[in-house]
Design a protein around this ligand. Sequence first.
Ligand code: GLN
Length: 617
Amino acid sequence: MPAPTPIPSPIQSYLERLHARHAGLAAGEVATYIPELAKADPGWFGIALATTDGRLYEVGDTRQLFTIQSISKPIAYGLALEDRGREAVLAKVGVEPSGEAFNSISLASGTGCPLNPMINAGAIATTALIAGHSPEDRLARLLAVFSLYAGRPLGIDETVYRSEKETGHRNRAIGHMLRNFDILADDPDGPLDLYFRQCSIAVDCRDLAVIAATLANGGLNPLTGERAVSHDLVESVLSVMTTCGMYDFAGEWLYSVGLPAKSGVAGGVLAVLPGQMGIGVFSPRLDARGNSVRGVTVCRDLSRDFNLHFLRVPRAVRTALRARYSLTGISSKRVRSERERAVLDAVGERARVYDLQGDLVFPAIEAVLRRIVHAQDALEVPIVDLRRVSAIEPCVAPLLVELVVGCGERGKQVVLVGAERHPGFLRRFEELLTAADQWGRLVTFPDLDPALEWAENRLLAAHGPPGGGPAAVPLAAHDLCRGLGATALAHLEAVLEPCGYPQGYVIIRRGDAGDAVYLLTSGQVSVTLELPNGQRARLSTLSPGMTFGELALVDRSPRTADVRADTAVECLVLSADALDRLGETEPGIKAGILQNLLRSVHRMVARLNHEVATLTR
Ligand code: GLN
């Protein structure tokens, strides 16, 4: 059989569809005012997404180099703040949106200060503030910081640099204006040269996503763990990106996308979801405001589809994954035979519970899906526990459906627990499954215990002894008779009373006098307890060969739980009196039975201890 193709990441599949959807978008023009930029292929199109815990998704031309252009401005602004302090920088460059084009020659009346560091005037003034004892030193410091943000050494595209330097008369005019108002202390040529070089740093789309994720991550590059900018300054950088990053489109952008962002005339767009992730898009066709047409469209779709607007509060944290454990760590309340237990211990890792909490927003579900997709080779039954989740964003249902379908096609089954607590989500989930003609793949349980049992049964069917457990067990094969010879068995049999119960019959009631132990020989019983809220909790489910009511043999205390016949049941009942009488004439038989009881109690305690350890980890 050929190896099955892996389950695709639903996030990756989404990005591929997003890319395909907008690849045909041919509106806008490649920038030509810097002659070298005109050589860009208008078809180039890349989308990259980097999370603050270091996962990178890429589709399309994400490794095509292009020049960073204006996206360099917030980075340079951070460095200027670092070098001079906020006050000194604010004395030279304001933080008011200009509502004008990136290359407008707009300085505040009176002071001559550029309105903000995202328009060219403010960016040139900002670059002039970067410290260094020579032009080379300033450039080296600038490149070093950009490289920290990107997590790899970046260099300059010399051709684009020369092309802009030769034709950048408008920027030179701005430089002289700044000099005129003493915003630049010296000749503008030095700052202008550094600005042209800074704009010509060669990056790819992936770099943009990582730079954005570094800003999202408080200045710490999530891939390298290295700091690119002080944590304290990140909010200032993101503030100017929010109000001015998209120039005269900033208001509409904030309204409809809601992410601090920066665009560049080579076609890059960088957007930041603080605390969560960074987005990079690259496509050279620009709209009339100098923003990448596909870049804007992609960000708008991402924000809408995944509810990324940064003013949506509260945001959940990445610790949406409260715990993750497998069926080797915990088990259902169905007591398994030793044979079944051995199988589950061997393959229990193939069913895993992802215990979630908090608000399931996009970054939270992304982190969960990533783990499931990553573990897929070792995983047959992912169990997604939604009981502790407080709210589920609309974007989660389609992503989970995609996982369910992808798993289903590969013989794996996703189980949802507690989906009933989120009726809106469940309805959408069912609709989408039905629309995909996959309704049969819906497996959801209100509680974890039945989900675990279902998963165990599935693993046992796939890996266990054929046919599951036996329907009936003769006395000689019963757990309680282990080690007893034929004569001992005959003695025991003589004092046992066979009893049959119909399905639903309550064999033991809580509070009853405890005066006998029951050897289950056919059928199934469940031990349950009524909770103060009226609901019933299952403590265990037993199969033939197992024993219940054994505490009666210890101290004849009243029954502590109810035992009910799940099916028609047959038992052999051993009364405490009969066992005592047997002990007087055949002490060896009594000792053997007690020893077997002790073993089964020990097995249960060991499993419970293991489970407590798993859950309190
Ligand atoms: N280097 C470009 C310029 O100054 C940057 C402009 C931009 O990317 N919006 O014109």
